[in-house]
Write a protein that binds this ligand. Structure first.
Ligand code: SAM
Length: 244
């Protein structure tokens, strides 16, 4: 059937694609992707030969209109280089316009680095706020962290190895005392999830420069009541009452 199929693809381990994902990639007329070499490798691994159409961050209005015209006639898949399309990846405008024009949109779930990191980290997963990539400039980065400081949820960001130290320094300055987890190379051979204070992590990565892809998580602020909660004082008071 014509329409757009959003297909999540692996974030490292090529085994992480669903049966339905493979079936749809095999069945569509063409696959819109960010980088034909990256998607070509996945298709090769799956034994699928299919026309690929480039649709990346630089896609123009015209590129989008061409895809939309095709979508009205035939089924197309949208994939990104890794993980779930639209999640810090292209696709949002295409989906918005397709929906506005009554074109069918189906999303096939699968890996997304933020979810893998959250489920590994041991940080509270009941409430989380994913904020994509932090800005590159230090002032802007600190401003964003400041805006999010009071959000009662685990915060999640995408990051890169060369920027990790600067990010951790900014967290140490703006959100002191918060637990941080660095999830690296998820689903790959050198997968690692390391927790600690920003200072501990800065020291660790100074000695072991990080490589690869990174998701950074920050634990929620301690509730005010817990911060002021002095268990020793409460126990002393309790003992005093018992004695009296
Ligand atoms: N759409 C993707 C998803 O759903 O995860 C994210 C695309 S975004 C352009 C790329 C960023 O995702 C990387 O810089 C890194 O922060 C994160 N990422 C992707 N794969 C990862 C992996 N295997 N381990 C850790 N982080 C990863």
């Amino acid at each position: 059937l014509p329409g757009l199929y959003i297909v999540a693809t692996p974030i490292g381990n090529l085994g992480d694609i669903t049966l339905r994902g493979v079936e749809i990639l095999r069945g569509v007329a063409a696959i819109a992707c960010e980088d034909t070499r990256v998607t070509g490798k996945l298709l090769n691994h799956l034994g699928i030969k299919k026309r690929m159409i480039r649709y990346d961050d630089h896609a123009s209005e015209g590129d989008r209109e061409r895809l939309l015209a095709m979508l009205a006639e035939e089924p197309l898949a949208l994939v990104s280089d890794a993980g779930t399309p639209l999640i810090s990846d292209p696709g949002y405008r295409l989906v918005k316009t397709a929906r506005e024009r009554g074109i069918a949109v189906t999303s096939l779930p699968g890996p997304s680095a933020v979810i893998v990191a959250l489920t590994l980290s041991g940080l509270p997963s009941d409430r989380f706020l994913f904020a994509g990539f932090l800005p590159n400039k230090d002032k802007a980065r600190r401003d964003v962290l400041g805006e999010l400081a009071a959000v009662p949820a685990t915060l999640a960001f995408y990051d890169t190895a060369p920027r990790l130290e600067d990010t951790l320094q900014a967290i140490a300055a703006v959100l002191p005392g918060r637990e941080v987890a660095v999830a690296r190379e998820l689903t790959k051979k050198f997968e690692e999830c390391r927790s600690g204070t920003p200072e501990e992590l800065i020291a660790h990565y100074a000695a072991h420069p990080p490589k690869g892809e990174i998701v950074l998580l920050i634990g929620p602020p301690l509730p005010a009541a817990a911060k002021d909660f002095d268990i020793d004082a409460l126990l002393r008071a309790e003992l005093e009452t018992e004695k009296a």
